[in-house]
Design a protein around this ligand. Structure first.
Ligand code: NAI
Ligand code: MG
Length: 361
């Protein structure tokens, strides 16, 4: 029996509470099966928190998160708060958490599950075998560099600055090598080193760090070429590491290789071990409260937490295998059910995952 892991649970808005319930159900099953113990503490964040206390990320939620070993967040936002001033917008909760936990590494896996070969808009033979992970730098680069707007004689001029310190590059690159080592040991570093000085620095850091990981095969790919290769031969990729803006764009591209947004988890990791785990999708207000949302992305985010924050690799794999089995057996939530297919609800899908985990007893 290991230590008790403290998990800050932020169900948020819309479908958030519904899908969170299913992830917690699965984590309780993990406790039973593997002897781990979790302490769940609920916090408010997002629109609900704006309504109740006038702050999307209340101080008590922030300190709860800082004191926890990991943060599980479902989704925030909704039309009710769309016209709020910036500081009262639900998304501020996310930005505030990323910033105060210094979450510099964003991990977005894209896996094609058995039985969903036709869910992508790409041909089944192209997406067959897709199992990749984008590791995106999240706190540096052009999104955070100095911005400027000037009025010149002949019109306005705007400047965005792309800055990276080698320290920032090294920590994300090391993280990516470590992760690649636990997978198929292939790392693709994406940059624009033929043009950008920051990319030339990036590339030199990758080459230097690579010496510490002789077992990992490294390739450098220019970002424009990578965008093409991702839809031409996506199954060839294992881990892709890249800077903030390239990662923003490429991770959305990879998300579309696998079908529904309801299947895609993510992790954001920092210097400490307090990672933030959340689905890629939002609060889906159009289907909230109906019990029909797909909880898979939330459950798979919890699996990422088991792996990346706690090192519970076996438990993480068990959860992922269970989700795979439920899908392979043909169970579909409404987002994936074709016409004439009987869809299962959110709760039923969660129950099926828990049931499938019994195979590990
Ligand atoms: P969305 O991801 O919430 O929904 C897009 C479409 O996908 C909708 O038709 C929705 O029903 C469907 N969908 C999403 N997740 C699903 C699931 N688990 N199962 C089945 N169907 C699912 O994006 P949208 O509509 O642009 O944003 C809605 C709200 O969520 C907005 O307030 C937005 O700001 C917020 N948002 C929050 C995010 C977060 O908390 N990380 C990320 C993206 C959006
Ligand atoms: Mg994006």
């Amino acid at each position: 029996m290991g230590t008790v892991k403290k998990i800050a649970v932020l169900p948020g808005d819309g479908i958030g509470p519904e899908i969170m319930e299913e992830a917690l159900k699965v984590l309780r099953k993990v406790e039973d099966l593997f002897g781990h113990s979790f302490q769940f503490t609920f916090g408010m964040a997002g629109g609900g928190a704006v309504d109740r206390v006038g702050n999307p990320l209340p101080e008590e939620t922030l300190s709860l998160c800082k004191q926890s070993d990991a943060v599980l967040l479902a989704a925030v936002g909704g039309p009710k708060w769309d016209n709020n001033p910036p500081e009262l917008r639900p998304e501020q909760a996310l930005l505030g958490l990323r910033k105060s936990l210094n979450l510099y590494a964003n991990l977005r896996p894209a896996v094609l599950f058995e039985g969903l070969e036709n869910a992508s808009t790409l041909k089944p033979e192209v997406v067959k075998g897709v199992d990749l992970l984008v590791v995106r730098e999240l706190t540096g680069g052009i999104y955070f560099g100095e911005k400027k707007r000037e009025r010149l004689e002949d019109g306005q001029q705007a400047t965005d600055t792309l800055v990276y310190h080698e320290r920032e590059v090294e920590r994300i690159v090391r993280r990516a090598f470590e992760i690649a080592r636990g997978r198929r040991k292939k790392l693709t570093s994406v940059d624009k080193a033929n043009i950008l000085e920051s990319s030339r620095l990036w590339r030199s850091v990758v080459d230097r760090v690579a010496r510490d990981y002789p077992d990992v095969q490294v390739e450098h790919v220019l970002v424009d070429n990578c965008a093409m290769q991702l839809i031409r031969r996506p199954a060839d990729f294992d881990v892709i590491v890249t800077e903030n803006m390239f990662g923003d764009i490429l991770s959305d591209e990879t998300a579309m290789l696998t079908g529904s947004i309801g299947l895609l988890p993510s992790a954001s990791l920092g210097e400490g071990m307090t990672g933030l785990y959340e689905p890629v999708h939002g609060s889906a207000p159009d289907i909230a409260g109906q019990g029909v949302a797909n909880p898979a992305a939330m459950i798979l985010s919890a699996a990422m937490m088991l792996r990346h924050s706690f090192g519970y690799e076996e438990a993480a794999t068990a959860v992922e295998q269970a989700v795979r089995k439920v899908l392979a057996d043909g169970h579909r939530t409404a987002d994936l059910a074709g016409p004439g297919t009987l869809a299962v609800g959110t709760e039923e899908f969660g129950d099926l995952v828990v049931e499938a985990m019994n195979a590990y007893e």
